[in-house]
Design a protein around this ligand. Structure first.
Ligand SMILES: Cc1ncc(COP(=O)(O)O)c(C=O)c1O
Length: 321
Protein backbone atom coordinates (compact mmCIF):
# COMPACT_ATOMS: atom_id res chain seq x y z
CA UNK A 1 0.00 0.00 0.00
CA UNK A 2 3.04 2.28 0.07
CA UNK A 3 3.48 5.16 2.48
CA UNK A 4 0.50 5.34 4.87
CA UNK A 5 0.52 9.14 4.55
CA UNK A 6 -0.22 8.86 0.82
CA UNK A 7 1.78 9.00 -2.38
CA UNK A 8 5.04 10.93 -1.94
CA UNK A 9 4.56 12.57 -5.36
CA UNK A 10 1.36 14.26 -4.18
CA UNK A 11 2.71 15.15 -0.76
CA UNK A 12 5.80 16.72 -2.39
CA UNK A 13 3.61 18.66 -4.82
CA UNK A 14 1.42 19.92 -1.97
CA UNK A 15 4.50 20.81 0.09
CA UNK A 16 5.40 23.24 -2.71
CA UNK A 17 1.84 24.40 -3.47
CA UNK A 18 0.32 25.03 0.00
CA UNK A 19 3.17 27.27 1.27
CA UNK A 20 3.20 29.24 -1.97
CA UNK A 21 -0.57 29.71 -2.29
CA UNK A 22 -1.86 29.59 1.29
CA UNK A 23 1.21 30.39 3.39
CA UNK A 24 1.12 26.96 5.06
CA UNK A 25 4.35 25.95 6.82
CA UNK A 26 5.10 22.34 6.00
CA UNK A 27 7.20 19.68 4.35
CA UNK A 28 5.95 16.54 2.63
CA UNK A 29 6.58 14.53 5.83
CA UNK A 30 3.81 16.38 7.69
CA UNK A 31 1.16 15.91 5.00
CA UNK A 32 -1.36 13.06 5.12
CA UNK A 33 -3.70 12.47 2.18
CA UNK A 34 -7.33 11.78 3.02
CA UNK A 35 -10.76 11.57 1.44
CA UNK A 36 -11.70 15.23 1.94
CA UNK A 37 -12.07 17.56 4.90
CA UNK A 38 -14.94 15.56 6.38
CA UNK A 39 -12.70 12.51 6.54
CA UNK A 40 -9.93 14.59 8.12
CA UNK A 41 -12.32 15.84 10.80
CA UNK A 42 -13.39 12.27 11.56
CA UNK A 43 -9.83 11.00 11.89
CA UNK A 44 -8.73 13.91 14.04
CA UNK A 45 -11.78 13.55 16.29
CA UNK A 46 -10.98 9.90 16.82
CA UNK A 47 -7.47 10.90 17.87
CA UNK A 48 -8.17 13.85 20.16
CA UNK A 49 -11.54 12.71 21.57
CA UNK A 50 -14.00 15.36 22.57
CA UNK A 51 -16.06 17.33 22.99
CA UNK A 52 -15.06 19.33 19.91
CA UNK A 53 -15.80 23.05 19.89
CA UNK A 54 -17.38 24.33 16.67
CA UNK A 55 -18.68 27.66 15.41
CA UNK A 56 -22.30 28.50 16.35
CA UNK A 57 -23.10 28.40 12.65
CA UNK A 58 -21.22 25.91 10.54
CA UNK A 59 -21.43 22.91 8.27
CA UNK A 60 -23.91 20.48 9.87
CA UNK A 61 -22.32 17.63 7.90
CA UNK A 62 -19.20 17.91 10.04
CA UNK A 63 -21.18 18.19 13.28
CA UNK A 64 -23.10 15.08 12.27
CA UNK A 65 -19.87 13.24 11.38
CA UNK A 66 -18.43 14.04 14.82
CA UNK A 67 -21.67 13.03 16.55
CA UNK A 68 -21.68 9.74 14.65
CA UNK A 69 -18.42 8.91 16.43
CA UNK A 70 -20.19 9.40 19.76
CA UNK A 71 -18.39 12.70 20.35
CA UNK A 72 -20.41 15.80 21.29
CA UNK A 73 -19.83 19.21 19.72
CA UNK A 74 -20.14 22.43 21.68
CA UNK A 75 -20.79 25.76 20.00
CA UNK A 76 -18.76 28.91 20.51
CA UNK A 77 -20.21 32.30 19.62
CA UNK A 78 -20.01 34.06 16.29
CA UNK A 79 -20.14 37.79 15.56
CA UNK A 80 -19.01 40.15 12.80
CA UNK A 81 -15.35 39.37 13.61
CA UNK A 82 -15.85 35.63 13.21
CA UNK A 83 -15.75 32.97 15.92
CA UNK A 84 -15.74 34.31 19.49
CA UNK A 85 -12.67 32.32 20.47
CA UNK A 86 -12.66 33.72 24.04
CA UNK A 87 -15.63 31.35 24.62
CA UNK A 88 -13.09 28.52 24.55
CA UNK A 89 -11.78 29.66 27.93
CA UNK A 90 -14.92 28.39 29.63
CA UNK A 91 -14.83 24.99 27.93
CA UNK A 92 -12.90 21.80 28.53
CA UNK A 93 -12.28 20.76 24.93
CA UNK A 94 -9.22 19.25 23.22
CA UNK A 95 -9.84 20.99 19.89
CA UNK A 96 -11.82 23.60 17.99
CA UNK A 97 -12.90 23.37 14.36
CA UNK A 98 -12.80 26.76 12.60
CA UNK A 99 -13.12 28.26 9.12
CA UNK A 100 -10.66 31.13 9.76
CA UNK A 101 -10.01 32.41 6.24
CA UNK A 102 -13.68 32.69 5.26
CA UNK A 103 -16.38 31.68 7.70
CA UNK A 104 -18.86 29.16 6.39
CA UNK A 105 -21.60 30.29 5.91
CA UNK A 106 -21.45 33.91 7.13
CA UNK A 107 -18.41 34.72 5.00
CA UNK A 108 -16.22 36.89 7.25
CA UNK A 109 -12.54 36.18 7.99
CA UNK A 110 -11.47 35.58 11.59
CA UNK A 111 -10.28 38.93 13.01
CA UNK A 112 -6.46 39.13 13.37
CA UNK A 113 -6.71 39.58 17.17
CA UNK A 114 -8.81 36.40 17.34
CA UNK A 115 -6.32 34.51 15.20
CA UNK A 116 -3.63 35.21 17.78
CA UNK A 117 -6.07 34.60 20.67
CA UNK A 118 -7.01 31.12 19.46
CA UNK A 119 -3.34 30.20 19.05
CA UNK A 120 -2.73 31.47 22.56
CA UNK A 121 -5.61 29.27 23.82
CA UNK A 122 -4.14 26.23 22.01
CA UNK A 123 -0.68 26.82 23.47
CA UNK A 124 -1.98 27.40 27.00
CA UNK A 125 -4.22 24.33 27.04
CA UNK A 126 -2.31 21.97 24.71
CA UNK A 127 -5.40 22.17 22.53
CA UNK A 128 -5.57 21.88 18.75
CA UNK A 129 -7.13 24.08 16.13
CA UNK A 130 -8.54 22.38 13.04
CA UNK A 131 -8.11 25.00 10.29
CA UNK A 132 -10.74 24.18 7.64
CA UNK A 133 -9.41 26.06 4.61
CA UNK A 134 -12.14 24.80 2.31
CA UNK A 135 -12.15 27.67 -0.19
CA UNK A 136 -8.92 29.53 0.53
CA UNK A 137 -7.96 29.91 -3.13
CA UNK A 138 -11.12 31.80 -4.02
CA UNK A 139 -10.95 35.41 -2.92
CA UNK A 140 -11.95 37.98 -5.52
CA UNK A 141 -11.31 41.44 -4.14
CA UNK A 142 -7.77 41.12 -2.79
CA UNK A 143 -5.12 38.66 -1.69
CA UNK A 144 -6.66 36.04 0.62
CA UNK A 145 -5.70 35.97 4.27
CA UNK A 146 -3.12 33.21 4.76
CA UNK A 147 -3.71 29.96 6.58
CA UNK A 148 -3.98 30.18 10.38
CA UNK A 149 -1.70 27.14 10.52
CA UNK A 150 1.30 29.35 9.68
CA UNK A 151 1.03 31.01 13.12
CA UNK A 152 1.64 27.75 14.97
CA UNK A 153 2.18 24.51 13.01
CA UNK A 154 2.59 22.63 16.33
CA UNK A 155 -0.99 23.26 17.42
CA UNK A 156 -2.91 23.71 14.14
CA UNK A 157 -3.98 20.96 11.77
CA UNK A 158 -4.54 22.47 8.33
CA UNK A 159 -7.31 20.82 6.28
CA UNK A 160 -7.96 21.23 2.57
CA UNK A 161 -9.50 19.39 -0.33
CA UNK A 162 -10.38 19.56 -4.01
CA UNK A 163 -14.10 19.85 -3.24
CA UNK A 164 -14.33 23.55 -4.13
CA UNK A 165 -11.61 23.67 -6.76
CA UNK A 166 -12.45 20.51 -8.75
CA UNK A 167 -15.39 18.44 -7.55
CA UNK A 168 -16.78 17.38 -4.20
CA UNK A 169 -17.35 13.87 -5.54
CA UNK A 170 -13.62 13.37 -6.10
CA UNK A 171 -13.12 12.85 -2.33
CA UNK A 172 -9.49 13.96 -2.34
CA UNK A 173 -8.08 16.06 0.47
CA UNK A 174 -5.08 16.62 2.71
CA UNK A 175 -4.09 17.35 6.27
CA UNK A 176 -0.96 19.19 7.33
CA UNK A 177 -0.43 17.88 10.82
CA UNK A 178 1.48 18.82 13.95
CA UNK A 179 4.23 16.21 14.46
CA UNK A 180 2.56 14.58 17.45
CA UNK A 181 -0.64 13.90 15.49
CA UNK A 182 0.89 12.20 12.45
CA UNK A 183 1.26 8.65 13.80
CA UNK A 184 -2.03 8.68 15.76
CA UNK A 185 -3.91 9.87 12.66
CA UNK A 186 -2.30 7.17 10.53
CA UNK A 187 -3.30 4.59 13.16
CA UNK A 188 -6.86 5.96 13.20
CA UNK A 189 -6.93 5.59 9.41
CA UNK A 190 -6.07 1.91 9.71
CA UNK A 191 -2.27 2.12 9.40
CA UNK A 192 -2.22 2.36 5.61
CA UNK A 193 -3.52 4.57 2.83
CA UNK A 194 -6.84 2.73 2.45
CA UNK A 195 -8.97 5.64 1.31
CA UNK A 196 -7.69 7.49 -1.74
CA UNK A 197 -6.67 5.52 -4.81
CA UNK A 198 -3.15 5.96 -6.15
CA UNK A 199 -4.33 7.00 -9.62
CA UNK A 200 -6.21 10.02 -8.25
CA UNK A 201 -3.22 10.94 -6.10
CA UNK A 202 -0.72 10.68 -8.95
CA UNK A 203 -3.02 12.55 -11.34
CA UNK A 204 -3.43 15.37 -8.81
CA UNK A 205 0.35 15.46 -8.24
CA UNK A 206 0.89 15.83 -11.97
CA UNK A 207 -1.86 18.45 -12.22
CA UNK A 208 -0.08 20.57 -9.60
CA UNK A 209 3.52 20.11 -10.73
CA UNK A 210 2.70 20.77 -14.38
CA UNK A 211 1.23 24.19 -13.48
CA UNK A 212 -2.19 23.23 -14.85
CA UNK A 213 -3.82 23.34 -11.42
CA UNK A 214 -2.67 26.95 -10.92
CA UNK A 215 -4.04 27.84 -14.35
CA UNK A 216 -7.31 26.06 -13.56
CA UNK A 217 -7.65 27.95 -10.26
CA UNK A 218 -6.94 31.28 -11.97
CA UNK A 219 -9.54 30.56 -14.62
CA UNK A 220 -12.15 29.44 -12.10
CA UNK A 221 -11.42 32.45 -9.90
CA UNK A 222 -12.26 34.72 -12.85
CA UNK A 223 -15.40 32.75 -13.65
CA UNK A 224 -16.63 32.65 -10.06
CA UNK A 225 -15.94 36.35 -9.57
CA UNK A 226 -18.09 37.14 -12.63
CA UNK A 227 -20.81 34.83 -11.36
CA UNK A 228 -20.80 36.33 -7.88
CA UNK A 229 -20.97 39.85 -9.33
CA UNK A 230 -23.86 38.86 -11.61
CA UNK A 231 -25.72 37.30 -8.68
CA UNK A 232 -25.19 40.34 -6.45
CA UNK A 233 -26.38 42.66 -9.27
CA UNK A 234 -29.46 40.54 -9.94
CA UNK A 235 -30.42 40.59 -6.25
CA UNK A 236 -29.94 44.34 -5.78
CA UNK A 237 -33.65 45.20 -6.00
CA UNK A 238 -34.85 42.63 -3.45
CA UNK A 239 -35.26 42.76 0.32
CA UNK A 240 -32.28 40.47 0.97
CA UNK A 241 -28.83 41.19 2.42
CA UNK A 242 -25.56 39.78 1.11
CA UNK A 243 -23.28 38.57 3.86
CA UNK A 244 -19.52 38.24 3.84
CA UNK A 245 -16.50 38.77 1.65
CA UNK A 246 -16.19 38.58 -2.10
CA UNK A 247 -14.88 35.05 -1.78
CA UNK A 248 -15.73 31.39 -2.09
CA UNK A 249 -18.36 29.63 -4.14
CA UNK A 250 -21.41 30.30 -1.93
CA UNK A 251 -23.12 33.43 -0.85
CA UNK A 252 -25.34 33.82 2.21
CA UNK A 253 -28.45 35.88 1.58
CA UNK A 254 -29.87 37.22 4.83
CA UNK A 255 -33.66 37.36 4.84
CA UNK A 256 -36.28 39.23 6.85
CA UNK A 257 -37.31 37.36 10.02
CA UNK A 258 -39.66 34.48 9.47
CA UNK A 259 -39.26 34.19 5.69
CA UNK A 260 -36.65 31.43 5.31
CA UNK A 261 -39.11 28.56 5.44
CA UNK A 262 -41.33 30.07 2.74
CA UNK A 263 -38.38 30.84 0.44
CA UNK A 264 -37.11 27.26 0.80
CA UNK A 265 -40.59 25.88 0.12
CA UNK A 266 -40.92 27.91 -3.06
CA UNK A 267 -37.36 27.01 -4.12
CA UNK A 268 -38.24 23.32 -3.70
CA UNK A 269 -41.28 23.76 -5.92
CA UNK A 270 -39.23 25.60 -8.55
CA UNK A 271 -36.41 23.02 -8.49
CA UNK A 272 -33.86 25.56 -7.22
CA UNK A 273 -31.36 23.93 -4.82
CA UNK A 274 -30.78 26.17 -1.78
CA UNK A 275 -29.59 25.50 1.76
CA UNK A 276 -31.36 27.16 4.67
CA UNK A 277 -29.29 28.99 7.25
CA UNK A 278 -31.24 27.43 10.15
CA UNK A 279 -29.78 24.03 9.36
CA UNK A 280 -26.29 25.46 9.83
CA UNK A 281 -27.02 26.68 13.36
CA UNK A 282 -25.77 24.47 16.16
CA UNK A 283 -28.89 23.20 17.95
CA UNK A 284 -27.78 24.54 21.34
CA UNK A 285 -26.06 27.73 20.15
CA UNK A 286 -26.98 30.79 22.20
CA UNK A 287 -26.70 32.97 19.09
CA UNK A 288 -30.04 34.31 17.80
CA UNK A 289 -31.93 32.47 15.11
CA UNK A 290 -31.38 34.23 11.80
CA UNK A 291 -33.17 33.68 8.54
CA UNK A 292 -31.10 33.16 5.44
CA UNK A 293 -30.35 31.02 2.45
CA UNK A 294 -27.05 29.82 1.10
CA UNK A 295 -26.72 30.01 -2.66
CA UNK A 296 -23.96 28.02 -4.34
CA UNK A 297 -22.94 29.63 -7.61
CA UNK A 298 -20.26 27.21 -8.84
CA UNK A 299 -22.35 24.21 -9.82
CA UNK A 300 -24.42 25.29 -12.86
CA UNK A 301 -22.80 24.77 -16.25
CA UNK A 302 -21.75 28.05 -17.87
CA UNK A 303 -24.66 28.06 -20.32
CA UNK A 304 -27.16 27.40 -17.51
CA UNK A 305 -25.95 30.05 -15.06
CA UNK A 306 -28.09 32.99 -16.24
CA UNK A 307 -31.19 30.79 -16.16
CA UNK A 308 -30.35 29.63 -12.62
CA UNK A 309 -30.05 33.26 -11.44
CA UNK A 310 -33.42 34.07 -13.07
CA UNK A 311 -35.01 31.08 -11.33
CA UNK A 312 -33.59 32.21 -7.98
CA UNK A 313 -34.89 35.75 -8.52
CA UNK A 314 -38.30 34.27 -9.40
CA UNK A 315 -38.34 32.38 -6.08
CA UNK A 316 -37.44 35.50 -4.12
CA UNK A 317 -39.96 37.66 -5.98
CA UNK A 318 -42.75 35.16 -5.51
CA UNK A 319 -41.92 35.04 -1.76
CA UNK A 320 -42.81 38.74 -1.61
CA UNK A 321 -39.28 40.00 -0.92
C1 LIG B 1 -17.08 24.61 5.44
C2 LIG B 1 -16.67 23.52 4.50
N1 LIG B 1 -15.55 22.83 4.78
C3 LIG B 1 -15.12 21.85 3.95
C4 LIG B 1 -15.81 21.53 2.82
C5 LIG B 1 -15.28 20.42 1.96
O1 LIG B 1 -15.50 19.22 2.60
P1 LIG B 1 -15.02 17.88 1.87
O2 LIG B 1 -13.59 18.08 1.53
O3 LIG B 1 -15.25 16.81 2.87
O4 LIG B 1 -15.87 17.73 0.65
C6 LIG B 1 -16.96 22.19 2.50
C7 LIG B 1 -17.69 21.79 1.29
O5 LIG B 1 -18.84 21.89 1.11
C8 LIG B 1 -17.41 23.23 3.35
O6 LIG B 1 -18.52 23.92 3.08
Amino acid sequence: MGDPRGRPELREALAEYLPRVRGVRTSAESIVICAGVRHAVELLTRVVGGPIAVEAYGLFIFRDAIAALGVPTVPIGLDEHGAVVSDLDGLDVPAVLLTPAHHNPQGMPLHPSRRTAVIDWAQRTDGYVFDDDYDGEFRYDRQPVGALQALCPDRVAYLGSTSKSLAQTLRLGWMVLPDDLIDPVIDAAGGAQFYVDAISQLTMADFITSGHYDRHIRRMRGRYRRRRDALVDALAGFDVGISGLAAGVNVLLTLPDGTEHEVLRRAGEAGVALQGLSRMRHPVAETDHRDGIIVGFAAPAEHAFAGAVDALCGVIRSSGL
